[in-house]
Design a protein around this ligand. Sequence first.
Ligand code: HEM
Length: 174
Amino acid sequence: MWLKALLLSFCRWCNSSFFGHGIRDSVWLFPFVEIFHLIGLGVLGGTLLVLNLRLLGLGFRGESASDLEKDVRPWMVGSLALMLGSGFLLFSTEAVKMYGNWAFRWKMIFLASAIVYTFTLYRKVVRSEEGRIATLWRVVVAILSVLLWTGVGLGGRAIAYVTTSASSISISAR
Ligand code: HEM
């Protein structure tokens, strides 16, 4: 209950902030910020695709997964930072609406899970020496990565199609 109240007051603060207002009241700022959200999406998706194809043994076999991870790491971390920053700005324009938007909520659940997973178990397996980790386990780890990040992307795409009812924005005693 207190968490819902805290989240809703944070959303109200974002909504009435100068950057939330500024982007919302501008004709071109929202699409401009969304361009960066989509560029980040492409680069992040690309780095994950390279690493997961390597883990699945379907590509990039000329290099070990850990060497590939070293090469793509700055792009992965940089694009993730771009997604989080641009996403927060997009969110701030309609934060209260996002509070009641079930697609946004699922997106954030998938996003938190995908980030924790990518920087813990996934990174451990990617950096492990070839042959030390069973091939089947590398395949499972790659498939879970694809599923988690696809969940984030689908949630992001669905946001615009979900209408937010007034009742979903209130703090009910349910
Ligand atoms: C790596 C992380 C992320 C990924 C992969 C992602 C993915 C996406 C995708 C695919 C879209 C739909 C773009 C379109 O079709 O126009 C989208 C839109 C959006 N995302 Fe993200 N996103 C991420 C992080 C975030 C974060 C952290 C937030 C907020 C805190 C956020 C808020 C939004 C909002 C508000 C929209 C716009 C929905 C609309 O069109 O009204 N995103 N995102």
